[in-house]
Design a protein around this ligand. Structure first.
Ligand code: PAF
Length: 272
């Protein structure tokens, strides 16, 4: 079956509603495009869970970017994204435009006010407001039985779970493991910005996280990143559920890293 392509929110919504009424199990895979193996693993996770329809949304959501961030230069390649989705077995792709997602005088936003305060939320004001708003809209458009997110964006996954719980969205959140390159580097669309030399430096992140043990020093991890030539945005250990700060890594914690490699901000994490 040929993959369906939707650009109009109302058309996607109509089709998903009809498929749902016909008894289809719908999976949503929200993405910002520039699809890589990590995204493909989300589509595969949807397949494994028996979805009849797998809807991949590809939308670089302006509302989640800060004024000095990479919204303009974020990689976009619709043709390649469509081909990858089709090859992996997605059944529909949604390519909306900012103008049809955010109508003139759009004025309603979703704010999560607990889990989004620290980590990336603390450094990127408004980021999770943008994420929650667009994801809530996608849920309303696609009527998914479940939606699949990647663990690389650990805080995002927790924030979205909370949104689903607190706003009574009738769907399940599936979080798929981080997919890494052979070198260990976590797959990210932003890796496309890295030069070869920067890729070498970036490896310090996955290496450092991989070597962590209960009781390891976060300061030492931070120093090893700086030594490799990265500029640390944060290295933090939090409770894996509540995201409350913990002094040192131990079981049930998540250690999260955000660091600049040149101009590129990379994130990675490890649950102990
Ligand atoms: O993780 C992402 O790519 C984005 O934050 C998401 C969930 C697609 C919302 O724009």
């Amino acid at each position: 079956m040929k993959i369906k392509v939707f650009r109009e929110p109302a058309k996607l919504q109509k089709w998903c509603r009809a498929r749902k009424l016909a008894g289809a199990k719908i999976a949503l895979v929200p993405t910002m495009g520039a699809l890589h193996d990590g995204h493909m693993s989300l589509i595969r996770a949807a397949k494994r869970r028996g979805a009849d329809e797998i809807v991949v949304s590809v939308f670089v959501n302006p509302v989640q970017f800060g004024p000095n961030e990479d919204y303009e230069k974020y990689p976009r390649d619709e043709k390649a994204d469509l081909a990858k989705c089709a090859a992996e077995g997605a059944t529909a792709v949604f390519f909306p435009t900012p103008a049809n997602m955010y109508l003139d005088r759009h004025s309603v936003y979703v704010n999560e006010e607990d889990l989004s305060r620290g980590l990336c939320g603390g450094r990127r004001p408004g980021h999770f407001r943008g994420v929650c708003t667009v994801v809530a809209k996608l849920f309303n458009l696609a009527h998914p039985d479940f939606a699949v997110f990647g663990q690389k964006d650990y805080q995002q996954a927790q924030v979205i779970r909370r949104m689903v719980r607190d706003l009574n969205f009738d769907l399940k959140i599936v979080v798929a493991p981080i997919v890494r390159e052979k070198s260990g580097l976590a797959r990210s669309s932003r890796n496309a910005y890295l030069s070869d030399a920067e890729r070498g430096k970036a490896l310090a992140i996955s290496k450092g996280l991989g070597e962590l043990k209960p009781g390891s020093s976060l300061k030492a991890l931070s120093r090893s990143l700086e030594k490799a030539g990265l500029v640390v945005d944060y290295v933090e250990c939090v409770d894996a559920e509540t995201l409350e700060p913990r002094k040192m890594p131990k079981k049930g914690c998540c250690v999260l890293v955000a660091a600049f490699c040149g101009k590129t901000r990379l994130i990675d994490n490890r649950v102990l």
